[in-house]
Write a protein that binds this ligand. Structure first.
Ligand code: CTP
Length: 426
């Protein structure tokens, strides 16, 4: 549980800040809110007060009835000396939505309302989530302001693309979803054992074209890969995800590279390999592809096509040749039946991996298209860990625990634990 200070500036997306506050309270955080005057035109303070159970502040000159206390804390006997008591005691400051105006103030160190003053005084990590019209978001002034903030260590949760508030406008500028905002804040609150590490995750299932409309695919949803990416971010890693076909919203703070086929995935892995310290190869990569896919659409009056298949390249096996000794490479194996673990062990050795995560796909309710998984993690040094059926987030934690252990073995305790993040300053 953390003390989360939520700053709400004036945009229509302020209603989503209500949901973010509700979610934060539900997850056990103590939330206080500072609103700008403009934000009150969109959402009234009574709504935030009802959700957080604490008074909302707006002005530097307004006394705080809770005297700087967060929900669940006793109200101090004395009035705090500074109007900055709330930010002094915050574990994280989240500004959502952050309007173009508020971002400009933060970038230039203005302090003309309680929110911008609190941001300037923040000693805790700061997260900003821009939301505005796409032309304002892409204006060079806003782009430059965000760059300035990023360079100072502020975490920027980028807006999404889609329908905007203004009638019939479509573009980039929608506030990130409340779940993503919380994810970003929580990633800054947990210790960062993977701080400074670069983690490459592959996720989803590849699709191999038969013709321009049909393909050979598989049932992977990408859920396991995204859970791994999210957990790596939470532990402080810089994460790149190479995603084949996925059916889910990607995690925030992850650089995405989208691919379709096994060949594209192989190319993307080769390009990224040199830049990563850890590879988590959870994508379901096709082993075969149709030989000579047809441009256009196969017609049924031309008869049933005879599909000839050819093998794809085995990405992991090739990586064994290219890898640096300090890199940690983890494979995944979906095996069928009671021999799953021994089949997986064979792949661990053949593909010269540091570890392999094996699940038995003959079991109902786990693995493909499911929220849950049950796995055995085998490491090349002989350790074996069974993770009983649990949500994929839980399995991801176990896999990342193993990655941390392997990194300590490969690069030594000091190197593996180097947390290069410094606290953000506005
Ligand atoms: N893999 C890969 N390239 C491929 C196929 C698989 O890099 N062309 C990777 C997967 O991402 C996974 C691991 O190898 O991390 C094991 O994948 P799996 O499909 O279980 O093994 P295969 O080697 O393809 O063997 P088989 O399908 O015959 O069991």
């Amino acid at each position: 549980m953390a003390r989360l200070l939520l700053g709400v500036s004036g945009g229509i997306a302020a209603y989503k800040a209500l949901e973010a506050a509700r979610l934060a309270v539900k997850r056990g955080h103590a939330v206080r809110v500072i609103q700008t005057r403009a934000s009150e035109r969109f959402v009234g303070r009574a709504s935030f007060e009802a959700i957080t159970g604490a008074p909302v502040l707006r002005s530097e000159f307004e006394p705080d009835p809770a005297r700087g206390a967060y929900p669940g804390e006793p109200v101090p006997e004395r009035v705090p000396i500074s109007h900055l008591a709330l930010v002094d005691r915050a574990h994280v400051l989240l500004i959502a939505p952050a309007t173009a105006n508020t971002l400009a103030k933060l970038a230039h160190g203005q302090a003309d309302n309680l929110l911008s003053a609190a941001a300037l005084a923040a000693g805790c990590p700061v997260v900003v989530a821009p939301a505005m019209n796409s032309r304002m978001y892409t204006h060079p002034a806003t782009v430059a302001n965000l760059e300035v903030l990023r360079a100072r260590g502020v975490m920027v949760v980028p807006p999404g693309e889609g329908d905007l508030a203004s009638y019939s406008e479509h573009g980039i500028g929608r506030l990130a979803e409340p779940e993503q905002l919380l994810e970003a804040c929580e990633s800054l609150l947990t210790p960062h054992p993977l701080g400074g590490a670069r983690v490459l995750v592959t996720a989803g299932g590849t699709r191999e074209p038969i013709d321009s409309v049909r393909f050979l695919g598989n049932r992977s949803s990408g859920r396991m890969g995204f859970a791994l990416a999210r957990e790596a971010v939470r532990r402080g890693a810089e994460v790149v995800a190479i995603t084949a076909h996925v059916t889910l919203e990607p995690p925030v703070m992850v650089r995405l590279k989208r691919v379709q086929t096994a060949a594209e995935l192989a190319g993307a892995c080769r390009r990224e390999l040199a830049h990563c310290d850890v590879l988590l190869m959870s994508a379901a990569v096709a082993d075969f592809r149709p030989l000579g896919p047809v441009d256009g659409k196969l017609k049924k009056d031309e008869g049933v096509p005879q599909l000839e298949l050819e093998p794809t390249e085995d990405v992991l096996s090739q990586i064994a040749e290219l890898r640096r000794p300090d890199q940690v490479i983890v494979g995944f194996a979906a095996e069928y039946g009671p021999d799953a673990v021994s089949l997986g062990r064979g792949k661990l050795e053949r593909k010269r991996l540091d570890a392999i995560v094996i699940n038995d796909i003959s079991r109902a309710g786990i693995g493909f298209e499911s929220e849950d998984n049950e796995v055995t993690i085998l490491a090349a040094d002989g350790t074996e860990r069974h993770v009983p059926q649990s949500r994929k987030d839980e399995v991801a934690r176990a896999v990342l625990d193993e990655v941390e252990r392997l990194r300590e073995l490969r690069v030594g305790l000091d190197g593996a634990r180097a947390d290069t993040r410094s606290p953000a300053r506005i």
